[in-house]
Ligand binder design. Sequence first.
Ligand code: NAD
Length: 742
Amino acid sequence: MNKSRISGLHKLSIANRISKLEKLGWLSSDAAKNLRSGRHVIAEKAADKMVENTLGIFGLPFAVAPNFIINKRECIVPLVVEEPSVVAGLSAAAAMARVTGGFTALLSESLLIGQIHLVGISDVEVALVSLREKLPQLIDKANGIHPRLSARGGGVRDIEYKVLSLANEVSVVAVHILVDTRDAMGANLVNTICESIAPMLEKISGGEAALKILSNLVDRSVCSATVTYRVDDLMSDSMSGAEVRDRIIMANEIAIADSYRAVTHNKGVMNGIDAFAIATGNDWRAIEASIHGYAARSGHYSALTKWSSTTNGDLLGEITIPLKPGIVGGTTSSNPAAILGIAIAGVESAVQLAEMMAAVGLAQNFAALRALVTSGIQKGHMRLHARSVAMAAGTPDRYLDLAIQRLVASGEIKDWKAMEILQDLENKQAGHPTGSAFAAGKIILLGEHAAVYGRHALAIPILDAVRANATLNDNKTCLTLKEWGLNTIVDRENQSGVGAVVNTILDELDVDNSKFLINVSSNLPRGMGLGSSAAIAVAITRAIALCIGADIDDERVNAIAYACEKLTHGNPSGLDNTLSCYGKPMLFQKGKPLASKALELCNPLPLLVGFSKNTSLTIDQVLGVRSRYDKNLSQYEAIFDQIDEISCRGSRALTAGHYEELGRLMNICHGLLNAIELSTPDLENMIAIARDSGASGAKLTGSGGGGSMVALCPGTLDKVRSALHQAGYETFQSHASRGSMS
Ligand code: NAD
């Protein structure tokens, strides 16, 4: 007998797994060959004959859970499932059960019920007497329908009758034909019997056969399985074995009492049974329907398993479920993957398959309960999820373990993170040139929009707000920006969004034929007027320049970022990219040399940014102001002149540390921005809250129309922040160097 205990199977590549199973005798050489060549997958032609309107073949992982002993037989379980942790959980549960001899399962009777519902009977009692009298003739007739089934030792075993009362007090006789379908599930076999015997039943009863079909509640084919886990083996990192045992028993009792929990508990059972049923070509909908119906047979939907303590303190598990799978018939013989599944399971009868399924359901339930009461279900899930994410990101085998570890440790099991980790690992391995750079965001204190019309604006940077990392890549340019959920391949077709920005940068740097992996991370919320787009452009430009060893100065970086800003915002003032690039407080004026604008501050500004509930697109606001400006030219010009003066006075107040004066100017500036229709009720609310809580000034910042407000809060920062939080607004504090959200 082959040993099913195979450790480390999960660490092998698919090719090596197949070879190992072939070597151990679990796969024939033909089966191994088919798996390697993909010939185990059903052909399109065959699929087209199976169901209507076939378009192609749908793929799912075909896996195995090793380590099982069921009824003293070493066995491995084929599984078709997409959910991580099912296979791992089963394999571990099977391995742990080996010391006590594995699983014992028993299916003593396996009959499928065919139902014929007789209606319109004038005297039900008389009809029942006649039907019972004719039992031998009825059984003979039914068995004559499938002579080969009888020849195989199967056939109709008995016929039972139930009288049902419908709502309108109409009586119906439900005839139950109990059929031993041998190694077939038997749905079609039994349906044929039902249809063929119906006329005879009608004649005997004087009624009419309304329905003629099998019942999927296969409670004449109920299988039980048991397993014992040694209490010492249950021990976890933080719990004794006895504690884990008691928690599993308690969890089980909860599932027995609470239907909401029972459904989830039983779903765990079905994770294994369904996967096994699919892998062996069985009708898993029929299996599901039957088992859930059985779980609710008392009128209360309850757990299918029972966990208790043995007299010596070990954990005893039991499951009792209806199961009527087949190893012949249906698609079991027309789907090569199902043939392979049955061969891997090594079952020789449908009864053996049912017993194996019950054991698998019990093992899966144990795996889920143990995880649930110890580390929590997510830990194992996360590792397996991390594995599939890392693999989907193209992580080669040599890095896989390391990448999974780092993914799990990062707490961010996402495709962008997997790509970042892969990139890092590959850089270290291949010594690929890499560039990494930061860029600043910005907070406008005074003068937004007026800056587009050549007036001064006063702004301070949020240092190191965006970081970009670029690495030369062989075949394509990929961009990930985790905070925006972006993970995209950039090609020349990208005419908008960040893809277009990357293309502009590549063009400007004259490296449009090179490919890069670009990872960006941003502390700045999107669409909140803090200059995130400019900062991204600056950081990427610098990172790529560093990566290719291009010596470009800030002025050039600024010009490239401005080109990107024009793509994003139409007609920007250039303030955002300039602030981002130079990272200095400044009194900005479009087109003026920077040297005349950079300011030195004695102390960090006590600024708080509050986010309104709506983001805002700068391009929309700039266009809106432009259209109103065109209609109200003189008024708008006068307003912009006032804002210009305010910005210049504000810059003097800022450098001198006169926060009361600066705050007052901010308030006036907000009034003027409101006059040109940039404020919103939400912004007004936040501004009022900030001022009421002691801010010396508060105004919208950035494009307006949503987005953010900024408050100057000397000595009142905490109070303003907490008032805004209480009102449900998020805030962002710009420290001396970096910003942070709260
Ligand atoms: P089937 O129609 O293929 O019949 C089984 C065949 O296998 C018979 O021809 C039988 O002679 C042959 N056979 C060979 N060796 C056998 C053995 N050792 N024991 C028994 N039969 C043997 O299959 P089925 O099992 O009657 O029906 C299963 C199919 O019916 C499934 O595909 C299922 O999806 C489908 N179905 C289900 C429902 C339902 O669940 N409500 C209803 C209709 C059809």
